[in-house]
Design a protein around this ligand. Structure first.
Ligand code: UDP
Length: 262
């Protein structure tokens, strides 16, 4: 399946709906085509603008979906609107449903280890328990918390564990851009994995440790505000949002001026 890509300040975002993204993933899995899925928001696009070396990492994914109103607004400003926001956490859950239905074994990598969790169990293990109950037939064949080293011998162990598990789907939930960089650096070492998903804090949500914003916030495009109220430490990262928004407006103005002076 060929995807239409839209250039958002240098990041090649796919113009898909949630259903389109699920169909694409399902077809890639059926055809055994290795696929990475990234879900950039405005912060990540701004990170690429500020550090252009990230472009090749982010743009290396086969499926890049817009996870955030910032990216959707930017697409409108640029005159190339995207169909809809595709939230990574929702897409990830659809992938779990697909895995349960089609018998794809899943490995979960990321989230806090047991010593940092009140439940005395890592977030990934809590997530395994909850999701296997919620989706009968789902086989979460392995888990690894995200607080191990991401390079050297400790990282080799993570990769060996994934390979030994026989997983064909790997959730990498380390937060952006760490997870995208990790997938980019390591995907070729896991030939059995056909689908790599970089999904930030999704395991925290599936395991019930973090709540997603109420529907009204999501509908009004204010999920970021809800997250900020719950986790005020995000303020520094979120300052990237206005920088990206106004930067995109001025970028568009410059593009227009260039056209009219030609
Ligand atoms: N995390 C991890 N290893 C690390 C750093 C972070 O597993 O070295 C996890 C962290 O526990 C959290 C997730 O990565 O579950 C990041 O979540 P956040 O919501 O900040 O990510 P975002 O979706 O905003 O990129």
């Amino acid at each position: 399946m060929k995807l239409e890509k839209i250039d958002i300040r240098g990041v090649q975002v796919c113009n898909v709906t949630l259903e389109g993204a699920v169909d694409y993933i399902s077809e890639q899995l059926r055809n055994d085509i290795p696929t990475a899925v990234y879900t950039p928001n405005a912060e990540i696009v701004q990170l690429c603008i500020d550090n252009p070396s990230y472009y090749s990492i982010i743009n290396s994914a086969e499926l890049i979906v817009p996870d955030g109103v910032g990216v959707i607004k930017a697409a409108k400003i640029l005159g190339t609107p995207l169909r809809e926001k595709v939230a990574g956490v929702v897409l990830g859950e659809r992938v779990l449903q697909l895995a349960a239905k089609e018998n794809y074994p899943v490995f979960l990598f990321g989230g806090k280890d047991a010593s940092r969790c009140e439940a005395g169990q890592s977030v990934a293990d809590q997530c395994k328990n909850m999701m296997e109950k919620k989706y009968p037939g789902l086989n979460i064949i392995g888990t690894q918390d995200g607080y191990c080293k991401k390079e050297g011998p400790e990282n080799d162990k993570t990769i060996e564990a994934v390979n030994a598990s026989g997983a064909s789907i790997l959730f990498v939930c380390l937060g952006a851009p760490l997870q995208e960089k990790w997938i980019w650096e390591n995907r070729d070492r896991m030939p059995g994995v056909k689908l790599f998903l970089g999904l930030g804090g999704s395991l925290d949500i599936y395991s019930g440790n973090t709540k997603r914003a109420p529907k009204i916030f999501i509908k009004l495009g204010l999920e970021w505000f809800y997250r900020l109220c719950c986790e005020p430490w995000r303020i520094k990262r979120m300052m990237q949002l206005p920088k990206f928004y106004f930067g995109t407006k001025s970028y568009k103005r410059k593009l227009k001026n260039k056209k009219t002076t030609k």
